[in-house]
Write a protein that binds this ligand. Structure first.
Ligand SMILES: Cc1cc2nc3c(=O)[nH]c(=O)nc-3n(C[C@H](O)[C@H](O)[C@H](O)COP(=O)(O)OP(=O)(O)OC[C@H]3O[C@@H](n4cnc5c(N)ncnc54)[C@H](O)[C@@H]3O)c2cc1C
Ligand code: FES
Length: 364
């Protein structure tokens, strides 16, 4: 039988039971105790907390996200740390009362659609074995089965469908050359009809329901996925009263997807939603008759040209860490403050080795 320990989370004073092979964050989220987190694989540092008492194994914590001196001072990353005794941790539990906390659960999912939607990009649609509740912007973890590439691993992909669809969930997955979960699985052996193990929902990159400011949504590549969930939710049942502008950045037209679907939403909600696809490596001549509404240049340059100021708006940035970092700077140069900006960096296992890109300006 697996040994379990008691985790006491301060300043909440809540106690949860955690297996010795389970991360402290996982035990908390499954018990409905919310701790801040983003990547859930020891890379971003969002979940950093303090051990007040007890022993932990730091697991796969990146040496950039949790430095040696921090380990010596008793810090930990609950998303990868496992207990070796009963543990008391103190976390920055900055609960946003307007966001509903949905406990993490395990599901079995059947693959019902798997289609190429753009260059090196697939739409994966799964049907869960039962209903799930989540906030628009959250993500699931998929268990990539053990195979030639090594043991089973978890990979995280953001839900692109709105929370009203409680069983049938959509994901947008970009191929990473040599990646276990993408190249080796979603673009490898995965097929319609396969059953896969998933868990969730995770993450705090969510559309704030009580915030009615103009939302500037900026997605690079498949970073559009959680933003698509937010847009669909906001427009379909008054899930968000504010206006939304979606900037979808890609290098070439071949890498952009769902252009017609977003245009249809824009046509149906002209006072609420604006769609701005942006191409950094192609011009109007490459897009042809379809070019109306396109921005040409880096998505950050298009945003800068579109707005004299973004004062009074809220920012939601998602995608590869360098793009998120650049978009953060652009939004701040247009008079948004860090507290007005939410971000989701698509950190990969590779970022764990290099430290990724971190801004001291904003809390994840
Ligand atoms: C919160 C969140 C949400 C995300 N949502 C999405 C989404 O909706 N869509 C999407 O496409 N992606 C998303 N991602 C990224 C996704 O989780 C995966 O990282 C991505 O799909 C690559 O997975 P992979 O298994 O194919 O690659 P991996 O096997 O993880 O490899 C990725 C890269 O890291 C290198 N690498 C692997 N292991 C190591 C190592 N030990 N040391 C050094 N380098 C290494 C590989 O060579 C490769 O270049 C999200 C990430 C996060 C954190
Ligand atoms: S959530 Fe723990 S390091 Fe990212």
């Amino acid at each position: 039988m697996t040994t379990t320990h008691t985790i006491t989370v301060e300043p909440l004073g809540r106690e949860v039971t955690c297996r010795e092979d389970q991360s402290i964050l996982d035990a908390c989220l499954r018990s409905g105790v919310w701790l801040p987190h983003s990547c859930t694989h020891g890379t971003c540092g969002t979940c950093k907390a303090e051990v007040l008492d007890g022993e932990v194994d730091h697991g796969a914590a990146s040496s950039f996200a949790l430095m040696d001196y921090e380990r010596d001072e008793g810090r930990l990353l609950p998303c990868v740390a496992t207990p070796r005794s009963d543990v008391v941790v103190e976390a920055e539990v900055d609960v946003d009362e307007s966001v509903v906390v949905h406990p993490v659960e395990d599901f079995t999912a059947s693959v019902v659609e798997l289609d190429d939607i753009a260059l090196d990009t697939r739409r994966l649609v799964v049907e869960l074995d039962r209903d799930i509740t989540f906030n628009p912007g959250q993500y699931l973890k998929f268990q990539v089965p053990a195979g030639d590439g090594g043991p089973a691993v978890d990979r995280t992909w953001s839900i692109a469908s709105p929370p009203s669809s409680t069983r049938r969930l959509e994901f947008h997955v970009r191929r990473v050359p040599g990646g276990r979960g993408t190249d080796g699985w979603v673009f490898g052996g995965l097929a319609v009809g396969d059953r896969v193990a998933v868990s969730g929902p995770y993450g705090r990159f969510v559309l704030r329901p009580e915030d009615e400011r103009h939302a500037i949504l900026v997605g690079g590549g498949t970073g559009v996925a959680p933003l698509a969930s937010m847009v669909r939710h906001a427009l379909e049942d008054d899930g968000y009263a504010g206006r939304l502008t979606l900037y979808a950045g890609a290098r070439t037209r071949a890498q952009l997807y769902d252009v017609e679907a977003f245009r249809a939403l824009e046509a149906a909600h002209p006072d609420r939603f604006t769609y701005r696809p942006c191409l950094s490596e192609e011009g109007p001549e490459d897009v042809g008759a379809d070019a109306a509404g396109f921005g040409f240049g880096l998505v950050t340059d298009v945003i800068a040209a579109d707005h004299a100021t973004l004062s009074g708006c809220a920012g939601y940035l998602c995608g590869p860490p360098p793009m998120v970092e650049a978009a953060l700077k652009t939004l701040m140069s247009k008079r948004l403050f860090p507290r007005d900006i939410h971000r989701e960096d698509f950190f990969t296992e590779g970022d764990k080795a290099t430290g990724g890109v971190r801004s001291p300006l904003i809390k994840r």
